[in-house]
Design a binder for this molecule. Structure first.
Ligand SMILES: [Zn+2]
Length: 703
């Protein structure tokens, strides 16, 4: 997942960071940052600084906008569009730090501030988009666009501004504007509440195990981590399993105790579904209804039509077409996988019917039987530090980048490591923070974000400050952090987003780095996962944490052979979530009092999902679509996967996954271009043709 900051896109689309301006204040968020590279001064920033900083920053942004609208000169690209790009520097800065901390260092105090600030920010966003004088100026520039001799990037920026205003309601009659504002405020609050509830439910659940015998089957490291968790949670001498991925996944994979597997799994899939004040079902229905009302008001059939207009897919039907091509083969494969598992169960002493909480356990058995491969055989080769180095080495081979660890740069938590990124010739590229271990103050998943984005509006190339966050297996008392193969892929994925941000070479921040449509943004991230599993690359970084021995060829071969293992399940659970998202947002009518559970079940039944699999996200903890920016957009990963599989094919066709010319073209046409051109044009320039779905089907073994 990229840029959590996108939660604030409505405001950020018209704001820009510009460190050349200096502010004098006792509030560190409002003063000049005299830190190395101008990174946020984390040691000085306290929770109480955010509220006054937001208010001051909004006030300043308003003044800057007033200066644009009150300009007596006729509107030009420079005095209107570029002037807007220069406005809101301070707000962008405050918002980027706050949203990063809300995702990975949150607490009740920050949650409360978010609840307070959210309506102000929503109102501020609407004040801009519904500012008639401002729109009039932008419209005038837009109408003359063909005579202005703008370059490609300027034209794209102008079009984006114009569309952003129209889509934000600039052409709505007065009576509808008030309702639009109400909806936006309401949605911003509901989405915060939704996310907060998932986090609370995630942390609230714990499964305390008192008898060691109940953990039969679990690897030693997992038991050790559970003992650590118990200690931290005041259950010394016992073991605690939580809903953090490094805890629940191995339990489901290895624990022989079926009842406990069920208990833990149900804890996970019922987050936000337990009644009471943390239940998210009502919020989901209310949000979907409000989104639909807003879309209709703006002239669209549904929320999905509204959202997709700005993506590569353009409309719901194109998404349905793609998902429709993938669903039947994925489901058929998943059914075959389930049947294989049922066979194993039927051969046991006390057979039973395979249930969703059994899947991981029997999948592991199959992996072992068919491929003689066990997740835990791989883990000793994936010491976190080595995997990080592996990702760095890939980018060095492709783009010549170098990563130097810095210990003089302020960071927000002791688990964070900071790197300076340089070109082969030593030129500064940017800063990268990595923050990989779970904690209660961090939400689940993995993501990339920016404290500062690249831009060179005033000639000086302002370089980006990027972060990668994850929730990987922590070191235990006697072992370093040894991550799973899946986590290796996640680390490379987020690193790909980081490269997209770091290698950006755009003039305008609004178009820089990862400011691209959702269904394109996962191309740079997902393509990196390809390298992570290439034998040649594995050999270079997968070294046994004790002996330093590289992973034996035999084991690498097993990984390669097992690459289609469980793909039916993985693709089906993902597609089911994508379809569920699309279903929510293509409804043409929604009763805000909708029975969400019934709605969901009926739909999953309708698409033929088997009960042994549930969607990767159920509505009540589907943060991507109800607390992130992915509503009608969860399909983006597979849309981008078509692109990334085909783009990786370009390297393969050259017979060298590090082919210099192809890497150079990927950097020039994709990574450095941000959103300065239409994604389909960027892809075409890189690949020389339109993307084909074949490489993806082949990779997933669905063909
Ligand atoms: Zn991503």
């Amino acid at each position: 997942m990229p840029a959590e900051m996108k939660l604030l896109t409505i405001v950020l689309i018209v704001i820009v960071l510009c460190p050349a301006v200096s502010w004098a204040s006792e509030n560190p968020l409002l003063s000049e940052w005299k830190t190395p590279f101008g990174v946020p001064p984390f040691d000085d920033i306290k929770a109480e600084h955010y509220e006054p900083a937001f208010k001051e920053a909004i006030a300043r942004h308003k003044k800057e906008i007033a200066a644009v609208t009150d300009n007596d000169e006729a509107p030009t690209f420079e005095n209107t569009v570029e002037a807007m790009e220069r406005a809101g520097v301070l707000l962008g800065r405050v918002a980027s730090v706050f949203s990063a901390m809300r995702s990975s260092m949150t607490n009740d105090e920050l949650a409360e501030i978010a609840m307070k600030m959210s309506p102000l920010l929503s109102k501020h966003g609407d004040d801009i988009r519904l500012n008639e004088k401002l729109f009039e100026r932008i419209d005038k520039v837009y109408q003359q666009r063909d005579e202005l001799e703008l370059d490609t990037e300027q034209m794209k920026l102008l079009e984006d501004y114009y569309k952003g205003f129209v889509r934000g309601g600039a052409k709505l009659p007065e009576d509808k504007r008030e309702r639009l504002r109400e909806i936006n405020v309401k949605l911003s609050l509901l989405s915060l509440e939704f996310g907060e509830n998932v986090l609370k439910e995630n942390n609230k659940f714990e499964m305390v195990v008192e008898d060691q015998a109940e953990m039969a089957g679990l690897p030693e490291a997992v038991i050790a981590a559970a003992a650590d968790a118990a200690k931290q949670r005041g259950h010394e001498g016992k073991w605690v399993f939580t809903l953090h991925k490094p805890s629940w996944i191995p339990f489901l994979q290895y624990a022989h105790n079926r009842e406990l597997r069920e208990k833990l799994y149900k804890g996970y899939i019922n987050r936000g579904n337990n009644g009471g004040e943390l239940d998210n079902k009502k919020i989901a229905a209310e949000m979907a209804a409000l989104r639909l009302e807003r879309a209709k008001m703006l002239g669209y059939d549904t929320h999905a039509h509204y959202v997709l207009e700005e993506t590569m897919a353009k409309q719901p039907q194109s998404v349905r077409n793609l998902l429709g091509k993938l669903w039947p083969p994925a489901l058929a494969r998943a059914k075959a996988e389930a049947a294989e598992m049922q066979k194993l169960i039927d051969a046991e002493d006390k057979p039973f019917k395979l249930e969703s909480w059994d899947w991981w356990y029997y999948a592991e058995k199959i992996r072992k039987a068919k491929y003689d491969l066990d997740e835990e055989m791989l883990r000793p080769y994936f010491k976190l530090e080595n995997v990080i180095q592996g990702a760095f080495d890939v980018s060095e081979k492709m783009f010549g980048l170098k990563f130097e660890k810095r210990t003089d740069i302020p960071k927000y938590h002791e688990d964070v490591t900071v790197f300076e990124v340089k070109e082969a010739d030593g030129t500064h590229v940017g800063i990268l923070y990595v923050d990989y271990f779970p904690r209660e103050s961090k939400r689940g998943g993995a993501w990339m974000g920016e404290f500062r984005q690249q831009q060179k509006l005033d000639g000086k190339n302002v370089r980006p400050i990027i972060y990668n966050v994850g929730n990987f297996s922590k070191p235990t008392a006697d072992k370093p952090s040894l991550i799973s193969f899946e986590e290796v892929g996640t680390l490379f994925h987020e690193f790909g987003h980081a490269l997209h941000g770091l290698l950006s070479d755009c003039t305008y921040e609004s178009l820089a780095g990862t400011n691209v449509p959702r269904d394109f943004v996962e191309l740079p991230s997902q393509i990196m996962e390809n390298w992570a599993s290439e034998p040649e690359v594995l050999k270079s970084f997968a070294k046994h944490y004790k002996t330093g021995e590289p992973m034996p060829d035999e084991l690498i071969e097993k990984i390669t052979k097992a690459r289609h293992f469980n793909q039916g399940f993985a693709t089906t659970e993902y597609l089911a979530a994508s379809l569920l998202d699309l279903n929510w947002h293509t409804l043409e009518e929604i009763d805000p009092k909708l029975d969400v559970a019934a709605f969901e079940n009926e739909y999953l039944d309708h698409i033929g999902l088997i009960p042994e699999i549930i969607p990767r996200y159920r509505s009540h903890y589907f943060r991507h679509i109800f607390a992130g920016g992915y509503s009608s957009g969860y399909y983006s990963y597979i849309w981008s996967a078509v692109l990334d599989a085909d783009a990786f094919e370009a390297f393969k066709e050259k017979g060298d996954i590090f082919d210099a010319e192809t890497a150079k073209s990927f950097r020039e046409n994709i990574l450095s271009k941000g959103g300065t051109e239409e994604p389909k044009d960027l892809f075409q320039k890189f690949r020389g043709k339109e993307p084909s779905i074949e490489p993806l089907l082949k990779r997933k073994g669905l063909k």
